[in-house]
Structure formats: structure tokens, C-alpha cells
Ligand binder design. Sequence first.
Ligand SMILES: *[C@@H]1O[C@H](CO)[C@@H](O)[C@H](O)[C@H]1NC(C)=O
Ligand SMILES: *[C@@H]1O[C@H](CO)[C@@H](O)[C@H](O)[C@H]1NC(C)=O
Length: 348
Amino acid sequence: MRTLLLSLTLLIGNVLSRLYMPNVHINYNTLQSIQTIDSHGKAQLSFKILQIPDMHYTGTPSHLCRNPPHDPCHESNMTSYIEQMLDNVAPDFVVFTGDQVEDIEVTHTADEVRHAIDSYTKHVIKRKIPWAMVFGNHDEGSSMSRLEMFDYISSLPYSYTKLGPEWIGGVGNYELHINSPDFMPVFRMYFLDTGFDGVISEAQNTYMRDLALWYRYQDLSAIMFYHIPIPEYNLYDGEVLKHGYQGEAVCNGPQSGLLDNLVKMGDVKATFVGHDHLNDYCVERHQIQLCYGGGAGYGQAYGSPTIARSARVIEWQRNSSKETLTTWKVADGDYTKSAYTLFERSFN
Ligand SMILES: *[C@@H]1O[C@H](CO)[C@@H](O)[C@H](O)[C@H]1NC(C)=O
Ligand SMILES: *[C@@H]1O[C@H](CO)[C@@H](O)[C@H](O)[C@H]1NC(C)=O
């Protein structure tokens, strides 16, 4: 009865919001959190996301590695790494945070681009793991536009990637909801396209803010994924990292006001980017954690012979008294879980 009443309230809230904000594209495609029993015998909800950044798939398994950490080194080493990681981490959801495919060579035909897309999506599809993505600056070339790639990507099995509004800048600005087993929303993810140069338009900022405003009655925590870091990812002079390493200078986009916007939205506790393959740290700015995913790419992706290719796990958990968001890195060959708390809050 309580659930029914709550559902009814949510439905009415949605209908009312819709009248006031007709521009918001509500996403009815929801995911489900996992319910387990904790050490106190109480129900606990969780959701484990694997962020895989910067694969730069060409679709040719024998494509040689740039900056190889071992010899021989081919794109096929990335495929082994991703498969091992999926089996080891067993995520509930996978997010590819840009530069999934390498399409800078003008010789690539649309068929080759589709083959490269198949090369990275087949691992999750085979394991029936739901997944989503944002585009990076390399995911488009002369042979296939972002929109065409998007059409193909969203047609693939277990894809939760959504187009979002088409007029605000970029392709694929959207949100995804995670529900409890009784269909109550419990957690949220936002996805943003930072294009080729990291510019986030005023309309994209407004759209994200409208979404947060729309859902504010739910009082949920959220995270955001995009490809190119914002300027606030830069470290202060002498800043000591609490989690992760900086292996290269931050290659951020221009100041587009995203951090200010996130502060206004209020629900986003952490953002996750890629782009700088050798950075895998998190820094806190205005109580929002700004995290890198690392770089998973062997093959055409640049890397370092001495820094292991890596990806990131993000785990959300909630029971009757506490909500926590933790993260850890998964380097190729190293699955030790060294969890770092991004956010937590107590209820009552
Ligand atoms: C990388 O892939 C090659 C085949 O391309 C294989 O011979 C080699 O063992 C792999 N290396 C590692 C470290 O997995
Ligand atoms: C909720 O989970 C936290 C750890 O995240 C634990 O310390 C606490 O005891 C749990 N509370 C209940 C009531 O199960």
C-alpha cells in the first residue's frame, strides 16, 4: 500500500513537472539495484558500475600498441584485459566514457567503424551486462557522424544509451535511473557529451539543471559521466592526492561553468571522465569528487610502458541507516580492491 501510494505520488509529480518543464525528456528506461541482506539481517541495496575509459578500438586485433608495456603488444591484449576485468569485477552496469573507437584515419569506412563498435560492445553483450556510453573526441570521423554512430550503438542489445534533446550541443545528453526492486528510484546517473574540445554549452548546463530540478523531490544522490575533464580537475600547487596518481598534465576543456552548475543541481556527488590516459585520481571541489577513470587502451591508444592500463569501479550502497559511494581502480592484472569513499550520508 505504501509503495502504491509512493508510486502514485511519483507519477503525479512527474505529470506536474512535465507541464512546467516540457523540454525535459524523461527517461523511462530504468535499471534495478541489487538487494542483499547485510550483517544485521537487514535489506541492503547496491549497484556496481565499471567505468571503462579510452579504449580507442580500431577493430583490428593485430593493431600494434603505442607505448607497449610488453612485447608482443596488440589491440587483442585490450580484449583479454576487458574480458578478465568483466569476469573479475562482475559489474551490474558498464559505462564507456569516450574514445571507444579510433576513427581519425580517413580510410575508415562506415563498416569498419561499426566493426570497431562491435569489438568493444561484444564483451558486455555476451555477458548480458547492461551498458551505456558517452562520446569522446575520437569517436567520429569522416565516414560516420556521431548521430549515425549513435543510431547503431543504441540499437545494440543491453544498450541504455539515450539520445536526449538534439538541439543543445553534442549527441547523448541524458540521465538514467536506478530503482529498488519495488520500483522506487534510489540512485541516478547523468551523461554528457563534451564534444571534440570539451565545450559544454549553456543549453547543456541548463538541460542538466532542469533534469535535477525535475527530480529534486526524490532527494537522491547522483553521479555524472563525460569525457573531457573540466578545468577544476587541475591540481593546486602542492596538492596531495588522497586517491590515485597524476601521470600527465590535465588536458581540460574551457571553463564552461559545469562545476557551478553541479553545485546548483545538488544531487551530483562525483563526476567521472577519461581523456587523460595516465591520470587516475579523484580530487574534491566544492564537495563534489572529480575522478578520472584511467586509460584502458592497448593498441592505438597512447599509454605508458610503466603505468598499467586501468579502469574504475564505482559502487553505490544503501541500507536503512546509511548511503555510501565508493570507488577503486582496476589495473590490468591487479584486482586488489583498495576502496576510497567518495560520499556518504546517514539517514535519520
Ligand atoms: C598480448 O597479446 C599477445 C598476442 O597478440 C600475446 O602473445 C601476449 O601473451 C599478450 N600479452 C599479455 C601480457 O597478455
Ligand atoms: C548500514 O551499512 C553500514 C555500512 O555501509 C553499516 O555500518 C551499518 O551497520 C548498516 N546499518 C544497518 C541498520 O544495517
